[in-house]
Design a binder for this molecule. Sequence first.
Ligand code: 2RA
Length: 329
Amino acid sequence: MKIAVVGVTGMVGQVMLKVLEERNLDITTLIPVASARSVGSEITFKGKQVKVVSMDDAIAMKPAIALFSAGGSVSLEHAPRFAAAGTTVIDNSSAWRMDADKKLVVPEINAAQLSSSDKIIANPNCSTIQLVMALAPLHERFKIKRLVISTYQSITGTGVKAVQQLENEFAGNQGEMAYPYQIHKNALPHCDVFEENGYTKEELKLVRETQKILDDRTIAVTATAVRIPVVGGHSESVNVEFENDFTEQEVRTLLANTSGVTVQDNPDVNLYPMPLMAAGKDDVFVGRIRRDHSQENTLNMWIVSDNLRKGAATNAVQIAQYLIDKKLV
Ligand code: 2RA
């Protein structure tokens, strides 16, 4: 099977290659795609050097699947061109996520809605994926009424320039600034851009994408997204009000029995999720599970996951695997 990776030189593109190698998909030809300045350079895939090609050349090669992580404008322009040529696109940008006739997929939750007619499939935002992985089984059992989310997001979510700024600051070096102020001793309540309503796009993604993936627009959601100087993954403090009551043991058992979720919850021995431990892994880690005694039917929990893996590359590759396994491509 021919699979293209569009945006292959970016942080997520590089992790997509790694995950494709790890999961050993039936790939006969890997088609690495990047901007004109990278065409002709080489990447390594399964120990072999593969030449980076242009968008047009990749389309002409008719890959069965194209994994995109190249930004919204590139996806808006080129995903339809791949789809028109018969390729199924799995796009990691925000371009198609809220499009009424595009599926927004976390395979463990809603892959069953996919069909062979879905030629552009949206990969949700990283902070949404880890959130809904923990919420989906709880919503099904106790029905969520309201969510209050505070995120503590890895600098890797901003991109390579921000990671380089962090590394320069820790090393005491001067360098290009992704942010107009120091980040290594800071917490920035500013992920993505501000909208007129005072919320950032990142915060509104958590609201809108969560409702779409859980297929329930009655769920009230509010969020504050914060950037912190860590590189291993995103962390989220989540307050969940349910329609129905629960026991903490029921919650722990449900989560422990959810594929892709690991419960790490024993503060007596300092066992709780942290980006340091989640980095490089695909699971979503949940801990600090406890009742919110200030309000009926309400729970607090802490969710951590590697935003470049399950939050982006792994989820996209899992969608590709599902399409292949179900013979939808
Ligand atoms: C962020 N989720 O972390 C966004 C995009 N990667 O900035």
